[in-house]
Design a protein around this ligand. Structure first.
Ligand SMILES: Nc1ncnc2c1ncn2[C@@H]1O[C@H](COP(=O)(O)OP(=O)(O)OP(=O)(O)O)[C@@H](O)[C@H]1O
Ligand SMILES: [Mg+2]
Length: 404
């Protein structure tokens, strides 16, 4: 089938697409109308060649990932069509950017279809979140079809605003509350962030946040900024420089400042999942000019979310992303700590423990352990700030572990 790959009202290329075994294939790019509007990551920078495989990868990575929590069961038991099929049915429209697929010759207008201005079906979200257990005869025109990430999630409309609703992971389902706490911590430290609130559906916690793009903006993840992370070095500092290099090449400003904040908040909160699709930059979809890094989102995989209470310990320094698995090593990539208000930093462990206690969702023992770990991490960070040079000389050396 022929589709135009659209950027708002602008057709970028016409594609011959086929779908088989849960995968979309781009057989051919049959015409090019606005090369510059092709999504970042589908073209090698500096090249004027179009490789259909790259567009195909981009399209497949836009669909609900097959590894999404619970998806296989939903496909098997509720009869949900494959993610690639749903993506095409929803014309690939998204609430994170302005790309979509227009059936060739249909003449459909972006204004009549996009999810920023038009309502969308709740059916897909209902099926994905288990509200409906039979997918037959449902309408799947929804931004949920282009929503990535592993956690169960759906988009909803509340008072005209588009909100992403995200669940948590068994057994603790801590992620939604963690998002709220991360919002609090970032607010406190003056870090630009997406604000999350907590809600519940049938007793299960969910986080809610508004889309951080408007109808003229694209979010482009670091994965695509860095050309799908191909040829990425192994070494932490080299990885960091690799991404900074890509930001410079593409003309994205403020990367170092943004990465400083990401690395610091992830260190404090023990966020273990800042992969290259969990941060990125914003681009004006009309002018194609960059608007700097996006506010920080998806910090919920933190605060020992998947650790058994007995295993929550400062001694377990933990593995991080995206530059190193080693939190202290990654902290050394930070270029400037002067923006951190040390008093606010010191106050965070008490405040975070207070939010958990008020929420009443975690056991007192769990909150106590998280609190001890936070104290340890804040103290560690303070030491790094004050004695940065000493740790630089002896990588791997950490302040002595606290006991409690
Ligand atoms: N507030 C938002 N506005 C617009 N797009 C968003 C927003 N939040 C998330 N996204 C987009 O949706 C994707 C999935 O969301 P998110 O990363 O929060 O889900 P997740 O399931 O927690 O992901 P992961 O698999 O990384 O844990 C993001 O990578 C981003 O592209
Ligand atoms: Mg994510």
């Amino acid at each position: 089938m022929r589709y135009e790959l659209m950027h708002r009202e602008i057709p970028a290329v016409t594609l011959e697409i086929s779908s088989e075994d849960g995968k979309t294939y781009v057989e051919r790019v049959s015409s090019v109308t606005a090369f510059e509007h092709l999504p970042i990551g589908t073209i090698s920078p500096g090249s004027s060649k179009i490789n259909p495989r790259r567009i195909e990868n981009w399209l497949n990575e836009r669909a609900i990932p097959k590894e999404r929590s619970g998806l296989k069961r939903i496909i098997d038991f509720a009869g949900l069509p494959h993610p690639d099929r749903i993506l095409l049915d929803s014309l690939g429209l998204s609430l994170s950017d302005q790309y979509w697929l227009r059936p060739a010759g249909s003449g459909i207008a972006w204004h009549d279809m996009n999810f920023f201005h038009n309502e969308f079906s709740a059916d897909l979200g209902d099926v994905l979140l288990g509200e409906i257990d039979d997918a037959k005869g449902r309408m799947f025109v929804s931004p949920d079809a282009s929503s990535t990430g592993m956690l169960p999630k759906r988009w909803i409309i509340r008072e005209g605003k588009r909100l992403l609703m995200k669940g948590g992971k068994a057994p603790f389902f801590q992620e939604p509350e963690n998002e709220v706490i991360a919002s609090y911590a970032m607010e406190s430290l003056g870090i630009r962030h997406v604000n999350y609130e907590l809600t519940a559906v049938r007793g299960k916690p969910y986080s809610l946040c508004e889309t951080f793009v408007d109808d003229k903006t694209d979010f482009v993840s670091a994965y695509y900024i860095a050309d799908r992370c191909s040829d990425m070095p192994e070494d932490c500092r080299k990885r960091y420089d690799f991404l900074i290099g890509w930001c410079e090449k593409r003309g994205i400003s403020g990367a170092m400042e943004a990465l400083d904040r990401i690395i610091v908040i992830d260190f404090i909160l023990f966020n273990t999942d800042r992969h290259f699709n969990n941060f990125g930059a914003l681009r004006d979809a009309d002018t194609l000019g960059w608007k700097g890094f996006s506010p920080i989102f998806d910090t919920g995989n933190c605060l020992w979310n998947d650790k058994a209470t007995k295993d929550i310990s400062p001694q377990e320094i933990g593995e991080c992303k995206p530059f190193s698995e080693d939190f202290p090593k990654q902290l050394l990539c930070v270029s400037d700590f002067s923006w951190i208000d040390l008093q606010r930093l010191k106050d965070l462990p008490d405040e975070i423990a207070g939010i958990f206690r008020d929420g009443g969702r975690l056991s007192p023992k769990r909150v106590e352990r998280i609190y001890s770990c936070l104290l340890w991490r804040v103290e560690f960070l303070e030491n790094v700030i004050h004695e940065r040079e000493s740790i630089r000389e002896k990588p791997g050396v950490r302040p002595g572990p606290r006991t409690w």
